[in-house]
Ligand binder design. Sequence first.
Ligand code: PFF
Length: 516
Amino acid sequence: MAGGANERSLWGSRAGFLLAAIGSAVGLGNIWRFSYVAYSNGGGAFLLPYLVALLLAGAPIMLVEYGLGHKYHGSPPLAFRAISSKMEWAGWWMPIVATLGIMLFYAVVIGWCINFFLYSFNLGWGDNTQEFFFNNFLLIENEGTYMVKHVNWQILGATFIVWLTCWGICFKEVNHGIEKACLVFMPLLLILTTVLVVWSITLDGAAQGILLYIKPDWGKIDVFSNPEAWKVWTAAFGQTFFTLSLGFGIMITYASYLPKRSNLVGNGIFVCLADTMYSIFAGFAVFGVLGFMAASRNVSLQEVVKQGPGLAFVVYPQAINQLPVARELFGALFFFTLVLAGLSSGISLIEAFTCSITDKFGFKRGKVVSIICVAGFLGSIIFTTNIGLFVLDIVDHFINSYGLLAGGLLECVLVGWFIKTKLIRKHMNDAGGIVIMPAAWDWCVKIVTPAILLLMIVMAVVEDISKPYEGYPRWMILTFGVGALLLTLLPSVALSLAKWPDRKVSHKPEQEHILT
Ligand code: PFF
């Protein structure tokens, strides 16, 4: 492999890049996470901490990732190594945690959505959706039993389809695979979400649900009068990171496929705004349906509001059962929307790792993607067993509370302290388009953002040490939480120690133009 020049492909159009970046950001998290996090942290008032988090951490780190990927023209290991060879391991760690930490269970959750999409056609979840989801579908026998006993073959089959689809998309170069897929997925996703929102807000009782979602409860966010308010602020920062797909080097990878002249800052701001607006918009469908359900079953709204899996797979099917007309169609639309949103994020998780390996070793993309997808599918199997939900809960907690934030912190330290922020800022400004404001961005990257991220990590450590997360047995937390995070360090260090083959990486010269 050593010797020859390795031509990296480029996005075919600016729209293609933007749709792929928005596709990564808009995912399951926007539909089932944002509206609940907003509701439980002050409703409409949550927008304030969320926007502050977006300004102080989300947008600055998004631009750090765009700047790094574009300037060094490569995936995280390559970009990090260009700054300091001692930091290459961190460049590996981010995409490895993304693929092993998130994608293994993300693929399984998309697999649940595929199953529920199929159940929609005959409302196969029955009347007791709670029992159906936890006992019949996830095969959870009784709480407190953490032995692997069964695999749900239906979930395993759907998970296989998810990995196969991702393989089919990522196998091709980004401009033929991910870009083409997102050109279809994203407009379709917007159309389906709009249909769901319009349908939901016209249901009886929807108005009450939506009011609960947007009504500001300022007391919840006021740190001076409410000692618990800091939790709302940390939730806002956590949500920004997760939803924008930051901290894992995905945006570094995506920006590395941009041509020399690109409106980096404009693109970054556009992706942040599009993702935020999608979250707020999708929240109307979620809370419209919850309002309808509370009204039709004559129960209090607070009783039907749930987050995560409980919302999508227990409450939503219950609400669909109550619809007066076209229940099957509504169900199919909702779960298909989730599948699309999940797939467009899933492929970005695989891409970051793939690109890291092809950048360093020059292996053929097809081979690398095939190995990652086969290994990924095998790794997903644990999440399709009867303890899958518990493992997922622990992994998700540790990745969100530590992995994502540590990734963002490393990026800030690297750009803010190892090299001059001015260097990256100048590069982004010179690339064309909107110009970045000097002082504000530099201060955020050097001081404000890393300080906030560090504080959040410390607070999470204190909380996790004081009591085991969600009362899970310590062996599970150590194995799937702490252990998994530490285990990903081994391959990261090993890959960073491997020698770089002597290859040149170059743009295709004819493609060095501003994408329009
Ligand atoms: N942003 C995606 C969502 O909101 O569902 C999830 C995600 C994708 C998180 C990629 C992190 C990531 F690197």
